[in-house]
Design a protein around this ligand. Structure first.
Ligand code: PLP
Length: 367
């Protein structure tokens, strides 16, 4: 199957789809990832048939054999992206081709079949078309889309499975941080790392998250919001948060972000921020930055702002760093000007309120 191939989706409306009133109540103040739309997209893959059985159907539990491969060896990858309503009443996706591409690369890393980019996009758009009323109209709302794929074959031998299910579910979401844009406090983990050279750090797979949860729990115990991971080899270079990339902003307006060396996740928000900053003449260096430099630059005042970025929260400021060897603050614990400006610009582009670089917004065909 070529990368531009599409399938015909069989559309079976959910007979238990919620009424307009029930939907409005569910969407009034949704906690992130807890309210779901009425439908899901599914496509099956089998070694002897390739991709087949594309459908939009009622969102419901899967039936899985207890020997289902994903439950034992974790062959699973996922994506996360958002659909927005624009001022001129369209529904758009932000750089979804990049999610399609990354999904393909994640699948390859996990020895899973590659879903053609066009089919990835088609599944998302067919689902939005059916569940369009679930795309929030409120200013800070969006529809979060979660495409994922996992091994469904029932067997306990260790090898890539011969059967997979691709699925897309969707959640209406409001602002990620309910408390507004208060800077977060991060914990530097001494004991845990997220990914090593040659590992799966650059793949968006559930296993990376499973491995990060104990470190995140440690961060919470130290009254921090998030964990920041250092590299596995030297335990010195800042890599990323559990699910967000990180940027450092200096007093001369320049920025540093860790390079894509294979151990960090290539964020689309990260890439967008680099592009926007460079287009406005703000230099961004992709280079290694150590926890010692971070501490020293914060102390000297050269480091003005630090922020984390990802699809769910877009951009959030980091106001304090805690570790077993002490803690320090950045930008007096408030969101700095550069962070605020980048955030406002990116959000305006995503919502169709500011001009987007060519190819960044894709209109979902609703007819
Ligand atoms: C998804 C993800 C990010 C952010 O990627 P975006 O494309 O910007 O949403 C960063 N780190 C990890 C580990 C992730 O899984």
């Amino acid at each position: 199957m070529s990368n531009s191939e599409r399938l015909t989706f069989e559309i079976s409306p959910n007979p238990r789809a919620r009424t307009a009133d029930a939907r409005a109540a569910a969407m009034a103040d949704p906690a992130f990832g807890q309210v779901f739309t009425d439908h899901m997209a599914t496509i099956r893959w089998r070694a002897d048939r390739g991709w087949h059985d594309a459908a939009i159907r009622a969102r419901e539990p899967f039936q899985l054999d207890p020997a289902c491969a994903v439950l034992h060896y974790a062959q699973e990858v996922f994506e996360g992206l958002k659909a927005y309503r624009t001022p001129d009443a369209r529904i758009t996706l932000f750089r979804p081709q990049e999610n399609a591409r990354r999904f393909r690369l994640s699948a390859e890393r996990m020895a899973m079949p590659v879903l053609p980019d066009e089919l990835f996009l088609q599944a998302i758009e067919e689902l939005i078309r059916v569940d369009r009323d679930w795309v929030p109209t409120r200013a800070d709302g969006s529809l979060y889309l979660r495409p994922f794929m996992f091994a469904t074959e029932a067997f306990l031998g260790v090898r890539p499975a011969a059967e997979y299910l691709f699925c897309v579910i969707a959640c209406p979401v409001g602002a990620y941080f309910k408390g507004g844009m208060k800077p977060v406090t991060v914990w530097v983990s001494d004991d845990y790392t997220r990914a090593g050279p040659g590992g799966t750090g650059a793949a968006k797979c559930g296993g990376n998250y499973a491995a990060s949860l104990v470190a995140q729990a440690e961060a919470i115990r130290h009254e921090c919001d998030q964990v920041v991971f250092l590299d596995a080899a030297e335990h010195r270079w800042v890599e990323e948060l559990g699910g967000m990339n990180v940027f450092f902003v200096f007093d001369d307006g320049s920025m540093i972000t860790p390079p894509l060396s294979g151990t960090i996740l290539p964020g689309i928000t990260r890439d967008s921020i680099i592009a926007l900053a460079r287009a406005s003449g703000q230099p961004v260096e992709e280079r290694r930055y150590s926890i010692d430099e971070w501490r020293a630059d914060a102390a000297s005042g050269r480091l003005r702002e630090v922020f984390a970025c990802g699809t769910a929260a877009v951009i959030s400021a980091i106001g304090e760093v805690r570790s077993s060897s002490g803690s320090f603050r950045i930008s007096d614990g408030v969101m700095g000007e550069t962070t605020q400006a980048l955030r406002a610009h990116l959000v305006a582009i995503q919502r169709g309120a500011a001009e987007a670089p060519a190819g960044w917004l894709r209109t979902v065909p609703l007819a």
